[in-house]
Ligand binder design. Structure first.
Ligand code: MLT
Ligand code: MN
Ligand code: ZN
Length: 299
């Protein structure tokens, strides 16, 4: 399995266009601190690629990776489709950006697909431009991405019923947000990708214990961060993101795992966006990494 980390920031990116906080100002002054919206590219067995979540940065994210460049035909893309972990804007706005393709697939759970079709009207809007194939992301078992038994398999482990704000009144469903499990039958390697964790259910713990690599929500360092920095009146948990540090935080979940563990989806208020922050040493002592844009992961 081959994964390219296309971005590691929470909604807004780093820097965020309308933000002058220390994290965003620091990234303007030091370009190596910039982070695009959180996304992965995953290569399937036959050399085709899927992106996990389609962010507002998707055009630039494709341009920055030679592996994802089109060719040799003039309009021949290696991108087969998009796999979604949720329906949030920062993970779905890039879908419409792919309209120049002849066609592409979107794999999502039922509530996520319904939100995109019924509330965002993506089916109607995109139909005159491109041929979108909407595929079900299974909760259990495994869907082969290329339809062969040796191909990379995906499933979405339900994590929480956190809905995007634009679908706040939509029906409850624990598959609004999933942890994506990628499994390579040829090598036996598995990866868990969960950029939005409002909860840590038992089934996620079980999947994390079995995975070779776990990449999870690192939006906020601690529960008070959104209130302390003035971006919200809610705590991190209240905003649907388990914090990294503290009791009930994700660091204490990750530390005992045998998997390689990394954080992604960092908010611009997170102290980890400063490479000199002491919090990096805290994580390193626990054996946990912070993902960065451009990282290549071969589990
Ligand atoms: C989130 O990660 O909680 C969402 O992307 C927040 C948002 O953009 O509204
Ligand atoms: Mn987000
Ligand atoms: Zn900022």
């Amino acid at each position: 399995m081959l994964l390219l980390v296309l971005g590691t920031a929470a909604g807004g990116g780093i820097p965020q266009w309308n933000c002058a906080c220390p994290g965003c100002s620091g990234a303007r002054a030091h370009p190596h601190r910039r982070r695009r919206h959180a996304s992965l590219a995953v290569r399937t067995g036959e050399g085709r690629w899927y992106v996990v979540n389609a962010t507002p940065d998707i055009g630039d994210q494709i341009e920055e990776r030679p592996e994802l460049h089109p060719g040799p035909g003039p309009r021949q893309t290696h991108l087969a489709g998009v796999i979604l972990t949720d329906a949030e804007l920062d993970h779905t706005l890039g879908i419409a950006r792919l309209r120049e393709a002849d066609g592409f697939q979107v794999l999502a759970t039922a509530p996520v697909r319904q939100a995109l079709l019924d509330r965002r009207r993506l089916g109607e809007v995109l139909a005159p431009y491109t041929d979108v194939t909407w595929r079900e992301l299974p909760e259990r078992g495994a869907e082969s991405l290329d339809g062969t038994s040796s191909g990379l398999q995906v499933s979405g482990i339900p994590v929480s019923g956190k809905r995007p704000r634009y679908a706040a009144d939509a029906p409850d469903d624990d598959a609004w947000v999933v942890a994506l499990r990628l499994y390579d039958p040829s090598s036996g390697a598995s990866v868990l990708y969960a950029p939005a964790l409002a909860a840590w259910p038992d089934r996620l713990q079980q999947a994390a214990a079995e995975a070779d690599c776990v990449i999870v929500d690192g939006t906020f360092w601690d529960d008070e961060e959104p209130r302390r920095t003035g971006i919200s009146s809610r705590t991190a948990t209240g905003m649907g993101h388990l914090p990294i540090d503290g009791p009930g935080g994700t660091a204490e979940r990750l530390a005992p795992l045998s998997a390689r563990c990394l954080y992604t989806h960092l908010n611009n208020t997170n102290p980890l966006v400063d490479p000199a922050a002491p919090q990096h040493k805290r994580l390193a002592r626990l054996g946990i990494e912070v993902a960065h844009d451009g990282m290549v992961i071969e589990p």
